[in-house]
Design a protein around this ligand. Structure first.
Ligand code: SF4
Length: 243
């Protein structure tokens, strides 16, 4: 078993049970602190804004991981953005794998170097990637300026497709940030990268968000029309969070 002696405190939150966040498996969710994006619609300011982040002590997380290793199948690591923790994230994944869990990593795909290392070391079982907008409109959604954004995103996505590790690509849609043309452009960008599954998610308003944005009224009507378009373009697809 990998040692837990050198694990850095990278987690800010824990959800002890989920039956929906790892396809087909019972999981727990660990939320890393910190993110290089500031998405307008982000629901997790406590894991994103430096003044709100509180890192948890490792011991409670280690105890829970060990307690549930025979009853839960998987651990979902999301954030924030897990890959900003570099080797700290890799060490945790290795430890969690050593307990017998499957591991799913949710990422914004801006760290291709780390994603390559994770793939090469064969320590991940599932990737979930948020594709925020068409490349031309990405900055409209994420607020922060990311250098070489297109190159980073496309390199990560290609690596994941080529790795043959199961993955899911999804986009949260808000009608102040995306229009029909953007969504069509996103579909064609993803298809060109060889992506074979794609899920659109209707924005759901909450009180506590990172950016300032309206309720997204009208988004559903626009999204309903994409159910069929997705079906015609991807092996697996859906539009989520519709009434
Ligand atoms: S929604 Fe955006 S800001 Fe929030 S954690 Fe994900 S990438 Fe970071």
């Amino acid at each position: 078993m990998d040692s837990n002696n050198n694990l850095k405190p990278i987690f800010s939150g824990i959800q002890k049970f989920s039956s929906i966040d790892y396809p087909g498996e019972l999981s727990m969710i660990l939320f890393t602190g910190g993110c290089n994006f500031r998405c307008h619609y982000c629901h997790n300011p406590n894991f994103v804004l430096p003044e709100k982040i509180k890192y948890k002590q490792n011991q409670g997380i280690l105890d829970f991981l060990n307690l549930r290793k025979d009853t839960l199948d998987a651990v979902v690591i999301c954030g924030g953005e897990p890959t900003i923790h570099g080797q700290g994230l890799i060490d945790w994944i290795k430890y969690i794998k050593s307990l017998g869990y499957k591991v799913k990593l949710d990422t914004n795909a801006t760290n291709p170097k780390l994603i390559k290392q994770i793939i090469d070391e064969k320590i991940i079982d599932f990737f979930a990637i948020d594709y925020k907008a068409s490349i031309e409109n990405y900055q409209k959604v994420i607020i922060t300026k990311i250098p070489e954004l297109k190159e980073k995103l496309f390199t990560s996505l290609k690596l994941i497709v080529e790795s043959k590790i199961p993955y899911e690509i999804r986009s949260t849609i808000h009608n102040e940030l995306h229009n029909k043309d953007d969504i069509n452009q996103m579909i064609s960008e993803l298809k060109e990268l060889g992506i074979d599954n794609y899920f659109l998610q209707n924005f759901v308003a909450q009180n506590n968000m990172v950016g300032t944005i309206g309720e997204g009224i009208g988004t559903q009507t626009m999204l309903k029309k994409f159910k069929e378009i997705l079906k015609n373009n991807f092996k697996e697809s859906d539009v989520r969070n519709l009434d």
